[in-house]
Design a binder for this molecule. Structure first.
Ligand SMILES: C[S@@+](CC[C@H](N)C(=O)[O-])C[C@H]1O[C@@H](n2cnc3c(N)ncnc32)[C@H](O)[C@@H]1O
Length: 192
């Protein structure tokens, strides 16, 4: 099931809203990170720069064949062999990735889903102990040029509460660009 309000404007417009390298560095992505995953990679706006930073592979999941194709083509053009695109509905079918397999999960512009807890639990499952969850989302501000309807747009405090309920801890919040907030949390030892 496609996440509500998760359609994308044109690529050029979308990519004007962020400075992806700055966002990723602010959230702590660095060359010590081995594997990563992005739930809903879209145009690869963040997947592609992340692939250039990390040591290992990045699993880029999306339900839309077009988005997967664009991300794949961008990776190929830039000779990035560590981008593993996966056409998949992660809401209905999960990510299909192994338990405790990645060091960093990116939930970017996706937590306005009907069931954010499901995505957070899946992120928790595939993350290694002490792995990092990175969230970004549109500011809770009706003046942002895009973003999900205010009725379903989560506030940062809400994302933190959901993530802590899932077993993540040590939340840190950042402003990432003019329209977005970022949050980083760590996977703790809690049992789901
Ligand atoms: C708002 S876009 C964000 C893209 C990217 N994370 C970014 O911030 O640039 C959300 C993406 O999630 C994908 N998506 C929505 N529901 C999905 C689902 N159930 N399974 C996999 N991908 C999904 C959409 O196709 C879209 O590409």
């Amino acid at each position: 099931m496609k996440v509500r309000d998760s359609g994308m404007p044109g690529k050029d417009m979308w990519e004007n809203f962020f400075n992806p390298d700055e966002v990723l560095i602010t959230l702590g992505l660095n060359s010590k990170i081995n594997n990563a995953a992005e739930f809903g990679c879209g145009y690869g706006t963040f997947t592609i720069p992340a692939a250039k930073i990390i040591k290992g592979e990045i699993f880029a999941l999306d339900i839309e064949p077009d988005m997967i194709e664009i991300t794949q083509k961008r990776a190929k053009k830039q000779e990035l062999n560590n981008v593993k695109t996966i056409l998949r509905d992660f809401v209905t079918d999960g990510s299909g990735l192994k338990d405790e397999n990645v060091d960093f999960v990116m939930l970017f512009n996706i937590l306005h889903a009907d069931n954010p807890d499901k995505l957070l639990r899946e992120a928790y499952r595939i993350l290694k102990l002490n792995g990092t969850l990175g969230i970004i989302h549109w500011n809770y501000d009706p003046k942002t040029p895009r973003g999900p309807a205010m009725e379903i747009r989560p506030k940062p405090e809400q994302c933190i509460e959901w993530a802590e309920d899932t077993g993540f801890y040590n939340p840190k919040k950042y402003n990432v660009g003019p329209y977005h907030y970022g949050i980083v949390l760590i996977k703790g030892r809690g049992e789901l």
